[in-house]
Design a protein around this ligand. Structure first.
Ligand SMILES: [Zn+2]
Length: 236
């Protein structure tokens, strides 16, 4: 993205989508740049959150919408208008589009084992907030999370992990330590919820894009835990 592109207003960039980059370089006719229709994802944070939670209720009740995921492919080629950003775990059982009964183009998903926010994930979310117009970011933990469980074992059983896994543990460790201080009956569940809350707080305090967007009422940061057995997401 060039410097001139970054100076485009959010609304302008949203309206033009991928074509905005072309317009920015002076290729698109001026008339096209001046007509900026309201993008389809321009809904309030509360409405966006309701949309995905309604979708989760359908999924948990086994009444997900019948979707042809190839439908609308051509229309999606020129731009994307996601409504919600998801910070999810890489766990193969935690696929956000299924869990929230959403189609392609509706969720902007960042996934790492342990659903934490690192610099790359934060930059990705900043892009979706500033240039794609998402109005909610949901940090999504889940039951039986192996990354959180491994972090607990590292801290309590002196488990040593191979390769780059200690790097991953370093992001989850603060939440596990906080949960341990609560002496919960179920440390894994408590640490999973604490990890969600920790990353929600980290995101909400993030400058210079996330925090000002939340203060302006354009963005909500929320957390939830997905129960693999029931299919339900409970906000925490
Ligand atoms: Zn996990």
């Amino acid at each position: 993205m060039c410097i001139d592109c970054s100076r485009l207003s959010r609304r302008h960039f949203l309206a033009l989508g991928a074509a905005g980059a072309v317009a920015c370089h002076g290729i698109m006719p001026a008339a096209a740049q001046q007509t900026a229709p309201t993008p389809p994802n321009a809904i309030s944070p509360d409405d966006a959150l309701k949309r995905i939670m309604d979708g989760n209720a359908r999924y948990a009740s086994n009444i997900s919408a019948n979707r042809d995921f190839s439908a609308g492919r051509m229309a999606r080629a020129s731009a994307q208008y996601p409504i919600v950003g998801i910070v999810g775990c890489a766990d193969s059982r935690v696929a956000p589009e299924f869990i929230f009964d959403q189609g392609p183009g509706e969720l902007f998903v960042v996934r790492l084992a342990g659903n934490f926010v690192d610099d790359g994930g934060l930059a990705s979310l900043e892009y979706a907030i500033r240039f794609l117009g998402i109005s909610v970011v949901l940090v999504l933990g889940h039951s039986g999370c192996g990354a959180v469980d491994a972090t607990i074992k590292v801290l309590t059983d002196s488990l040593t992990l191979p390769g780059h896994l200690p790097e991953l543990v370093s992001f989850i460790k603060p939440a596990v330590e906080a949960a341990k201080h609560q002496n919960p009956t179920d440390l894994l569940a408590a640490a999973t919820a604490e990890n969600v809350r920790f990353n929600v707080a980290k995101l909400a305090a993030s400058e210079p894009i996330v925090k000002p967007s939340t203060q302006a009422g354009k963005l909500k940061i929320v957390g939830g835990v997905y129960d693999i057995a029931t299919g339900r997401v409970n906000l925490v």
